[in-house]
Write a protein that binds this ligand. Structure first.
Ligand SMILES: NC(=O)C1=CN([C@@H]2O[C@H](COP(=O)(O)OP(=O)(O)OC[C@H]3O[C@@H](n4cnc5c(N)ncnc54)[C@H](O)[C@@H]3O)[C@@H](O)[C@H]2O)C=CC1
Ligand SMILES: O=C(O)CCC(=O)C(=O)O
Length: 528
């Protein structure tokens, strides 16, 4: 049997190559190539091991005719086009915990560097200036740290900050009150955090919801003299606004490990007093790099040589026997979870996953895992079926599995009900004979729809002419409708419109749709 071939295309601890070889793979380490060079080479490989420099684009995936697995030695996978990789049947794995402590420590290091202006004091001292009176720092003891994102890294930062006798205020829509108490932090909304924090540190993935979370407007809501740290992803902060507010003296300091454009070889922020930065070094310690290199190589080699799947972001972990039966259910479950996650995600306290008919004869755990992964994908890049139940538990989400013996109107059905501040909200779906997943009910309204790609969700008051108005509005915006699904509680009552569209619905179109008479709710949805 020919050995699987793996390419390591980013600088990685040598342990990775050693493990690949020990586990029966041929490995090449070729770093620093241009995209064109990688495109020319990638067709030879079964596996691609990367960190953050290699951008796995559609063009690279198109050229990767043998590729079976991409392994990210690290957490963030925003440099991989996961939907496209999934479409090509390429498994994408990461190492969700290997560099968390190291990155949290970098955030704390930057916080101290800001509080005591260490980089500038060091530079001036070594320049022979002995600037004893030029620097007046601040203590962190007793200060409030605003934590945006309280996942793996955020919670480690919180524990370190509490050890430094700081108060920690956390904003994370997925943080339950119970988990906040367990972490010893105060759960707050974003505005409260912005108003209270002396230091703000970001630990979210970059998603459509977190992009620009520290926008010009939000930066303007911060306390005068705030110091800001970003060791998560560029794009979370409006860099131009940060510069303006630092120049205006409102923001006392900022430390960025990550930039909107990387490598950041120039930036208006460079040279700004009390601005410090590092070149995406959050994960750069010997310990973290050994951890992630060993883990990624173990996982990828196992997949390539035995088919075992660990920490995949786009594929469930399954035994060979269960896989074919459960596969269509996973797709259905993931989409139902994603739907409730997109429509009813704030302050979720509980979730129930019910199966009936043919679904009740199967192992329910993978179905539950897929629902939770779909739900939490709105908040975390690293969630997958394997770690979703664990993360849900850690965050205090009460997960209930119910198996009904009764026969319902569908031969098989999965129902997902979440507890929200507005009460319980439930969606349900079935499988067609060919295994295609279908939504059959949304928040108590019967509807039949395929959940795929870009969609538009509208709740309205049922009235003649409404559908025409929405069709015209989308047509004017050049958005082509793929499929059209309708449901209503009763004639003239609450109705739901679910459209699949050939291009994403822009904010401007959503805003215009909200002005159409009879509209109650409008949301753009996205499914993988
Ligand atoms: N600078 C570096 O070298 C490194 C950066 N990172 C980055 O750090 C980030 C966090 O990583 P982890 O803690 O492991 O991820 P995680 O998935 O454990 O935690 C992310 C947290 O963000 C929260 N979140 C999602 N949307 C939010 C929103 N709109 N507002 C507030 N919170 C929101 C989630 O609920 C979750 O608790 C990722 O972007 C990762 O790529 C990770 C390692 C190294
Ligand atoms: O590999 C690196 O140095 C970057 C790590 C990172 O950003 C991540 O794991 O998300």
């Amino acid at each position: 049997m020919t050995k699987p071939r793996v390419l390591i295309s980013d600088k990685m601890d040598p342990n990775a190559a050693r493990i690949f070889e020990e586990k029966g793979c041929d490995v090449d380490v070729i770093t620093g190539e241009t995209p064109e060079q990688l495109i020319a080479r990638i067709g030879e490989y079964d596996g691609l091991a990367i960190r953050s420099s290699t951008k796995v684009t559609k063009a690279i995936l198109d050229a990767a005719t043998n590729l079976k697995v991409i392994g990210r030695a690290g957490i963030g996978v925003d440099n991989v086009d996961i939907p496209y990789a999934s479409g090509k049947g390429v498994v994408v794995m990461n190492t969700p915990f290997g560099n968390s402590i190291t990155t949290a420590e970098h955030a704390i290091a930057l916080m101290f560097a800001l509080a005591r202006q260490i980089p500038e004091a060091n530079a001036q001292t070594q320049a022979g200036l002995w600037p004893k009176n030029g620097f007046m720092g601040v203590e962190v003891t007793g200060k409030t740290l605003g934590l945006i994102g309280a996942g793996n890294i955020g919670s480690i930062v919180a524990s370190r900050a509490l050890g430094l006798k700081m108060k920690v205020v956390a904003y994370d829509p997925f943080l339950t009150p119970e988990r906040a108490i367990e972490m010893g932090v105060e759960k707050a909304d974003l505005d409260t955090l912005l108003a209270k924090a002396d230091f703000i540190t970001l630990h979210t993935p970059l998603t459509s919801e977190t992009k620009n979370i520290l926008s010009r407007e939000n930066l303007g809501k911060t306390k005068k003299g705030v110091r800001i740290i970003n060791c998560a992803r560029g794009g979370l902060i409006d860099e131009a606004a940060l510069k303006d507010l630092m120049d205006a003296g409102h923001i006392a300091g900022a430390a960025l490990d990550v930039f909107e454009t990387e490598p950041a070889k120039e930036s208006p922020l460079f040279g700004t007093p009390n601005f410090i930065c590092t070149p995406h070094l959050g994960a750069s310690t010997t310990e973290a790099q050994v951890n992630v290199a060993l883990q990624v190589a173990e996982q990828m080699a196992e997949f390539l040589t035995t088919g075992g799947v660990t920490n995949a972001l786009n594929m469930p972990s399954l035994s060979a026997e269960e896989a074919p039966k459960l596969k269509p259910y996973m797709a259905l479950a993931e989409r139902l979870g994603s739907l409730v996650g997109q429509l009813a995600h704030d302050n979720l306290t509980k979730i129930a996953i019910e199966v009936e008919g043919a679904a009740a004869q199967l192992n329910q755990k993978p179905i539950t895992g897929a629902v939770l992964a779909g739900l939490m994908k709105q908040y975390s890049q690293t969630v997958n079926m394997v770690n979703a139940p664990f993360l849900a538990k850690e965050r205090g989400l009460d997960v209930r599995e119910v198996r009904h013996d009764r026969e319902g109107i569908y031969h098989t059905m999965v129902r997902v009900t979440v507890g929200t501040a507005q009460g319980d909200r439930s969606v349900a779906g079935t499988l067609f004979g060919n295994g295609d997943p279908r939504l059959v009910e949304i928040f108590g309204i019967g509807i039949e729809a395929d959940l795929a790609g870009d969609m538009l969700y509208i709740v309205n008051t049922d009235a003649p002419g409404f559908i025409g108005s929405i069709g015209t509005l989308l047509g004017k915006a050049g958005i082509n409708i793929g499929t059209f699904h309708l449901g209503r509680r009763e004639a003239g009552g609450e109705a739901v419109l679910l459209l699949s569209v050939d291009s994403p619905v822009t904010e401007a179109v959503l805003a215009e749709a909200r002005t159409v008479p009879g509209v109650r709710t409008v949301r753009a949805l996205k499914f993988s």
